[in-house]
Design a protein around this ligand. Sequence first.
Ligand SMILES: *[C@@H]1O[C@H](CO)[C@@H](O)[C@H](O)[C@H]1NC(C)=O
Ligand SMILES: *[C@@H]1O[C@H](CO)[C@@H](O)[C@H](O)[C@H]1NC(C)=O
Ligand SMILES: *[C@@H]1O[C@H](CO)[C@@H](O)[C@H](O)[C@H]1NC(C)=O
Length: 345
Amino acid sequence: MYFNRFILLLTTLITASLVFDKKYTERTDVNGQTTIISSLENTKIEKKVEESEKLYDENKFIASKLATTARLANHIFELVSIYGIARKLRRAPQIYVLDKKYEKLIEGMQKVMPGLINEFEIKHEKIVPKTAKNIEFNVKCCVFEDLGILRKNENASLIYSTGHFYQSYKYFDEFREEVLEMVAEKKDFGKLPVDGTKICIHIRRGDFLDGQHHSTQTNFTLAAYNFILETEKPTDPKIIIMGDDLKYEQSLFPKNSSNVFISNLSPSDDLIYAKYHCDITLITAPSSTFGWWISYFSKSQKVYYQDIRVTNDVNFKKGELEPLDFYPPNWNSLILTRSGGIQKT
Ligand SMILES: *[C@@H]1O[C@H](CO)[C@@H](O)[C@H](O)[C@H]1NC(C)=O
Ligand SMILES: *[C@@H]1O[C@H](CO)[C@@H](O)[C@H](O)[C@H]1NC(C)=O
Ligand SMILES: *[C@@H]1O[C@H](CO)[C@@H](O)[C@H](O)[C@H]1NC(C)=O
């Protein structure tokens, strides 16, 4: 957000001038070079200020309607994508808090990605200004849309998108490093391991057993796990299961295995854990955005997922999910063969 950025700059300036003062007193008694040092330092500071302010053009903003009734990982997709689009268009991102659900969404997001929320200007007036240019952008959940239609409205002060979900890495991947920095700090993750090679397996059944989505299947999950062991040859492998079906998760691997950990963290802490600890991730329900974000955040970026093209996922069948837009190209897609083996696709 503009304001926060400004505060940050002020802090930088003050810190910098304090440092400079120290340098100044240290160097005055040496020789007459102090004035040269001083102007160099000042130029550096001014340059920094200019660069940060130039991220967005003056009086250009972008905001979107948000899918407030969806879940945490959907919110992450929406806000990270809007941030990415804002950066590409040089428009400062805003959130219009239209009702209580928007407040809840912001609260939830603050736990996982406080740095992302700081980038947005939060507008509490409960109404989108009448002067906003409404554009229906990204109507299919998981198909990347070219920004052309937004660029055409370059002269609008505020662009308000009435689309939703924005589930494509293409909206923000060029800002990947910054996005990862926005994730909350490391914390105590209870009984989950912090050493060994941590293989994080995401399980989604619950609402995914609706016949619309492809939910976790045991045969794929176990075969894929073995495939990962053969491929990555991890030292001291630890399995961390994150999911929405405790009983099922407990039944997946032998009960007595000392290297299997079933996460009891909150969804936001699972995501934070992934950033600092997951070396390898396995997405077993391919359209799960939660499995997706665990993987995108994950520490070592070795990602394996069930190839959605061999499933009956409704969004994929309807053309609402384009695999090339949804899954980053460096992730590995796998299929279970008829004989029960795993093949990379
Ligand atoms: C935006 O405004 C500028 C300056 O008035 C003008 O040159 C440009 O054609 C306008 N762009 C569009 C897409 O209308
Ligand atoms: C753990 O479970 C496996 C499979 O159920 C079994 O083969 C093995 O003997 C068990 N190990 C111990 C120490 O109980
Ligand atoms: C894997 O399990 C699913 C669900 O139980 C079943 O429909 C499918 O045929 C199995 N696939 C193989 C290759 O065994």
